[in-house]
Ligand binder design. Structure first.
Ligand code: SF4
Length: 543
């Protein structure tokens, strides 16, 4: 759903051995001189990678490069905006100037969406911490969210004369890395991150680069967020999603295992285990909504997982038998663009009900500050209902998830009033979202969620779903059951994080934060009963 935003995306490239031929780099030439570009030009591929990760953050983009022949061994460039805005990709002279300044044979990149902190450049990543000692001078980018941030901040403030200037986990993480690097002797980076892993609770995928030319790419021990990597000849690449590597021409792309890190330096790369992984907890939402549909994460295709969700919706529809004369000519399936498209494909194919695009998304609106006179004008800016498709139809509207429901409610008004649809049956390719996320997705409070306000038990009854439909202005509404998620991703449920649909958190501090919120919503007289019921799930084996 359009309401939900991801925390960030990370990427890394290293031309670690120019003597090895590389298919992806072999024939990259300077557009002016037509000369083959040398190893210190690998950074020119980074903006392209970040464009492929743009779905993970649209507020800011940046990179840090390492060039051993430059006084500024590390140099960071970052700006507010989409990748195209930050790197001025539409203004050739400005883009060329930025690329010239950012040259390097090792580069880390970042796209940002903020769940906390302002949207200023100061919060854009990578964060760089300069130091006169080359192995203490580093930059890093981070994707995720630390659930124990408040404890970490308190620890930092308890140190002599330490002070924090920002309300985010990146600054705290920067200080903790600096502290781990302190002392007279150059520490082993595996040990550095091993010690940090003991402190961190939550999701944290990191790309790190120091002024010695050491690069580290790591994935947290639960593997909450994805990281993929590949090597082509003498070029190493890593990114939050496979699509960013695939589009550069990398083959044999694999997922970094939870608790593993790759250390790349000039001439070599090595894979290490920096933290014990007692079990994985991959965020199921990556497959349902967040990830680029062209990506493959932990060996599971995002597109195929979404089409399977659609097939589950079809199976459920036949069981429910709630839409009379389903195969009449007036019934169509219509996806909410773009993320529900694959699920709608799967549902249409399985049900043999035609899929028509009755809603068009404005692909060019991007980030906008254009003022809307009314709330639903913002939705109108992004979506246009096609009356030619919708008029007089009974529409099965496939949506990927419902979080706060504001966009969906406005879409339903448009489909009925402008599209003149006869009926709109909402089918959600996800179970109800009943609990917040503390691991990097922008839904961190319980009161903002739609479903819990209407549910008394763990599973929404038909009556409750009917009430939700009424509240939204739909003819009917049906969610997928929780068990469908593991089936569609083809991964055992115990290997997935499903905290936002079960209330069971995979980390100690995630659980603590949830308990605090339950207490708060109870004392404030909010939705205490609705949230309190989730407790019955805690402690039981997962489905
Ligand atoms: S709580 Fe939900 S959105 Fe957050 S990591 Fe877990 S599954 Fe993903």
């Amino acid at each position: 759903m359009d309401e939900l935003k991801h925390e960030c995306g990370i990427a890394a490239l290293y031309h670690f051995d120019p003597s090895l031929p590389s298919a992806i780099w072999g024939d990259v030439r300077d557009p002016k001189s037509k000369e083959l570009l040398g190893p210190d030009e690998i950074h020119t591929l980074m903006p392209r990678m970040l464009v492929d990760l743009q779905n993970r953050g649209q507020l800011a983009a940046g990179l840090t490069s390492w060039k051993p022949s430059r006084d500024q061994l590390l140099d960071t460039y970052k700006e507010i905006g989409l990748v195209s805005e930050a790197f001025r990709t539409n203004e050739k002279d400005k883009y060329d100037k930025i690329m010239k300044e950012c040259a390097g044979r090792a580069v880390i990149g970042h796209v940002r969406y903020a769940t906390s902190g302002p949207t200023t450049r100061a919060y854009a990543q990578p964060f760089e911490r300069k130091h006169g000692c080359k192995w203490k001078w580093f930059a890093f980018g981070f994707n995720g969210n630390l659930a124990n941030l408040e404890d970490l901040k308190a620890d930092i403030r308890s140190l002599n004369d330490y002070h924090l200037t920002k309300d985010n986990d990146t600054e705290a993480m920067m200080h903790l890395i600096s502290i781990a690097l302190s002392g007279p002797d150059r520490p082993d980076l595996v040990e550095v991150f091993r010690k940090l892993a003991i402190k961190f609770d939550g999701s944290y995928n990191i790309v790190f680069l120091n002024a010695m030319g050491d690069m580290v790419v790591l994935r947290d021990p639960l593997g909450l967020r994805p990281v993929c990597w590949a090597v082509d000849g003498g070029v190493f690449g890593a990114a939050s999603e496979s699509v960013a590597l695939q589009n550069l021409g990398f083959k044999n792309i694999v997922s970094l295992q939870p608790g593993e890190m790759i250390h790349v330096r000039q001439g070599a790369y090595t894979v290490h285990r920096f933290a014990e992984s007692k079990g994985t907890s991959h965020c199921f939402f990556e497959w349902i909504y967040f990830a680029n549909v062209a990506s493959t994460l932990d060996n599971r295709s995002v597109y195929l997982s979404r089409t399977k969700l659609g097939r589950e919706l079809a199976r459920q529809e036949l069981e429910l038998d709630s839409i009379p004369d389903l195969h009449n000519n007036d019934v169509i399936i219509c996806p909410v663009p773009d993320t529900a498209k694959a699920a709608a494909d799967g549902m249409s194919y399985a049900l043999r009900v035609p899929l028509l695009e009755g809603l068009m998304r404005n692909r060019y609106v991007g980030r906008t500050f254009i003022e809307a006179a009314k709330r639903d004008d913002k939705v109108r800016l992004k979506f246009t209902p096609l009356r030619e498709v919708l008029e007089g139809k009974r529409v099965i509207l496939v949506e990927d998830s419902i979080v706060r429901s504001t966009t969906l409610a406005n879409l339903l008004v448009m489909i009925k009033e402008i599209g003149k649809a006869k009926e709109v049956h909402v089918r959600v390719a996800c179970p109800p979202i009943v609990a917040p996320c503390f691991y990097g997705i922008d839904m961190s409070t319980v009161t903002q969620l739609f479903a819990p306000k209407h549910m008394r038990g763990d599973v929404p009854t038909r009556e409750e779903q009917a009430r939700m439909a009424e509240k939204l202005g739909a003819t009917s509404l049906a969610y997928l059951p929780i068990e469908a998620i593991a089936r569609c991703i083809e991964m055992p449920a115990e290997k997935l994080c499903r905290a936002c649909i079960t209330g069971e958190y995979p980390t100690e501090h995630g659980e603590k934060l949830y308990q605090l919120m339950l207490k708060k919503s109870g004392t404030e007289g909010g939705n205490a009963r609705a949230y309190g019921r989730r407790r019955s799930l805690v402690g039981e084996p997962r489905a």
